[in-house]
Design a protein around this ligand. Structure first.
Ligand code: GDP
Ligand code: IMO
Ligand code: MG
Length: 449
């Protein structure tokens, strides 16, 4: 049995909360793409855990795997594991030997490219998390990446560093014309990198943390174990299916669960694929957002209210998130690309008590009506949302509602959810009414079917 959790919007939909909830019924939780650009929150009895790399099953003691499709910064990984140990958890994390390693120079290059794009006034900086994600995936595709397996073999590691590092140095100095005589120089020093990363390889080996991911998962699956695939980011920042170039450099969509872990597509497709939906939109970083609440002072005040109530500040960078109304063309695209069998709609509590509530059902573009997202950023940016106004609901007691079940939700909230499910032809499996594990109204538990 497998369950794949996918962000259906722009990231931060509350994926961590659902992985934690359903991961308790699973035996393995697997991240299949992305790296420490992710920030997944799990709240258990008021205690909050913010996880970047450690899969969200860790809070329930479930084995976590970083699949071959991930890019792994070992510094972040060990810091996170050590922090969790200090808080009394004992995370069991294994890393695919085929996964690529984020090296210090990747982070530096991420920063430099963003600065250069910001300086040329073309408005094409992405607003990345600065974690080196793009440059690491570039090296993977360019066949000059360093993989986890290379950290276990000091000679292979040296050979790879001696090939890659001079190229990176030349890129900074000769192409970007920048001087590396500052703090950044160490990130381009082969000897220093070799010393640090060979030691990391030793720790990974000593702690038995590396796996042949495909083989490991195949065996667990054959033994009847339940596997959760934990997507990071979201469909509309997918490098293929999102609004390029304002995207991350991996595929958060469900197909990548197979590619990024070495499990067959049929195995992933045999299980549930649940799209995580935020009941409104948030975006951290640049790029279009047709339903953004930024038109006038009233809209900005409303965005502020939602931002405050929903705690919409980036988990990784602390940046305030941009806010918009729920956008159904975006969800139609997401449901199709990943083949959702169900959705979990979070943050229904945050919309309670608003004066008005709108949902975008389609777009007007150049005299045409569209029901899905256009393929270019330029066209998406020019889309005028077509709105339907729905009834608002009063604030409610989240814990009591979660305990009593779906029918205890305010009627207008149920109508909102049923409208959404109907428009994207996908059933609602769960409704988030607060950040805590217990603050979820569950209609279908994928592991109970
Ligand atoms: P992820 O990246 O998709 O895992 O989401 P984040 O953890 O970055 O952001 C979601 C935020 O919303 C976190 O602070 C969660 O604790 C919180 N959250 C999740 N579900 C709900 C919900 O239903 N209601 C409220 N109010 N907060 C939620
Ligand atoms: P989770 O898993 C929201 C955004 C960045 C930027 C773009 C590219 O917590 O949902 P990157 O550093 O990946 O090269 O940045 O993608 N981004 C996210 N936005 N949630 C995330 O992860 C994100 N990870 C990256 O803000 O716009
Ligand atoms: Mg997040």
């Amino acid at each position: 049995m497998t369950l794949t959790i996918v962000g259906s919007q722009l990231g931060d939909e509350g994926k961590g909360a659902l992985v934690d909830r359903w991961g308790g019924d699973a035996d393995v939780v697997v991240r299949y793409q992305g790296g420490d650009n992710a920030g997944h929150t799990v709240v258990e009895g008021g205690a909050e855990y913010k996880l970047s790399l450690v899969p969200s099953g860790a809070v329930r003691g479930t084995v976590g795997i970083l699949g071959n499709g991930c890019v792994v910064n070992p510094r972040t990984l060990f810091t996170e594991i050590d922090d969790l140990r200090e808080r009394g958890l004992d995370p069991d994390v294994r890393v695919a030997r085929r996964a690529h390693v984020i090296m210090p120079y990747h982070r530096v290059l991420d920063g430099i490219e963003e600065e250069i794009k910001a300086d040329d006034d073309a408005g094409d900086e992405v607003g990345t998390t600065g974690r080196g994600i793009g440059p690491t995936y570039e090296d993977k595709a360019g066949r000059r990446g360093i993989r986890v397996a290379d950290l276990l073999d000091p000679d292979a590691l040296r050979e790879k560093l001696e090939y890659a590092v001079p190229q990176k140095r030349a890129l900074v100095e000769d192409v970007y014309g920048l001087d590396l005589d500052d703090d950044r120089a160490e990130a381009f020093d082969v000897d220093a990198l070799h010393e640090e990363f060979a030691a990391i390889g030793e720790r990974l080996a000593d702690e038995g943390m590396t796996v042949n991911c495909s083989d490991y998962l195949h065996r667990r699956h054959e033994a009847g174990d339940a596997i959760v695939f934990e997507g990071a980011q979201g469909t509309h920042i997918d490098v293929d299916h999102g609004n390029y170039p304002f995207v991350t450099s991996s595929n958060p969509t469900a197909g990548a669960a197979a590619v990024g872990s070495g499990v067959g597509v049929t195995t992933v497709g045999d299980g549930d694929v649940v799209g995580i939906v935020k009941a409104y939109l948030s975006r951290v970083g640049e790029g279009p957002l047709p339903t953004e609440l930024d038109g006038d002072a009233d809209e900005e005040a409303l965005a502020d209210e939602i931002r405050e109530r929903g705690g919409e500040f980036g988990t990784v960078t602390g940046r305030p998130r941009r806010i918009g109304w729920l956008d159904l063309p975006m969800l139609r695209h997401s449901a199709r690309v990943s083949g959702f069998t169900g959705v979990a709609v979070n943050h229904v509590d945050v919309l309670a008590g608003l004066d008005e509530l709108k949902v975008c059902t389609g777009y007007e573009l150049d005299g045409e009506t569209l029901d899905t997202v256009p393929t270019t950023t330029d066209r998406w940016e020019r889309c005028e949302p077509i709105y339907e106004t729905l009834d608002t609901w009063e604030e409610f007691d989240s814990s009591a509602v979660a305990e009593a079940g779906y029918d205890a939700l305010p009627e207008a909230a149920r109508e909102y959810l049923e409208f959404l499910a109907d428009e994207i032809d996908t059933p609602v499996y769960a409704v988030g009414v607060g950040p805590d594990r217990e603050e979820t109204v569950e209609l279908t538990n994928p592991f109970d079917e």
